[in-house]
Design a protein around this ligand. Structure first.
Ligand SMILES: [Zn+2]
Length: 164
């Protein structure tokens, strides 16, 4: 089992390069998160094409540095923004990233679990500030739509063609 652990950057803007600098200053080899999901603000200016953009941080093949004493078998994803304040595009990208990871890991018969930082560290109560029950329910719906709903429509179309 691999745990996907969600974080917030606790700042209004940022990206992999910026967090990499912060983490290096704290003495890390490099950025501690495996993925960062942008909110469209690398600095102050908002750019829609950067909102929801997924950037790779530390390779997933390397152990992350994002939860004290709980980095084994985890993937750390950081959403840029203050606690619980994320854009719809970010959440949509988060779901597509989790979905991709879940499918990849399923090939190796590895299951995933979704958590956020605050579940493991009482000092990080604000991180990521998500309603996990609600998020997991929404993710399940996302998977349902992706796996069944769309596939069925494709099959239906093929079925109609074959009957001609
Ligand atoms: Zn965190």
């Amino acid at each position: 089992m691999i745990e996907i652990i969600l974080h917030c950057s606790d700042c209004n803007y940022g990206n992999v390069q910026i967090i990499d600098k912060w983490h290096k200053k704290r003495g890390f080899r490099k950025i501690g998160y495996h993925y960062v999901i942008l909110n469209g603000r690398d600095k102050i200016r908002y750019r829609i094409e950067r909102d929801g953009l997924i950037q790779k941080g530390r390779p997933v093949t390397e152990k992350g540095a994002h939860v004290s004493y709980h980095n084994e078998n985890t993937i750390g994803i950081c959403l840029i923004g203050k606690s619980g304040k994320f854009s719809e595009r970010q959440i949509d990208s988060l779901f597509s990233l989790i979905y991709t990871l879940e499918k990849e890991l399923a090939k190796k018969k590895i299951k995933i679990e979704l958590h956020q930082h605050s579940e493991y560290d009482p000092k990080k109560k604000f991180c990521a500030g998500l309603d996990m029950k609600d998020l997991i329910n929404k993710y399940k719906l996302y998977v349902l739509v992706k796996d069944y709903f769309f596939v069925d429509i494709d099959k239906l179309k093929k079925g109609v063609k074959r009957r001609k």
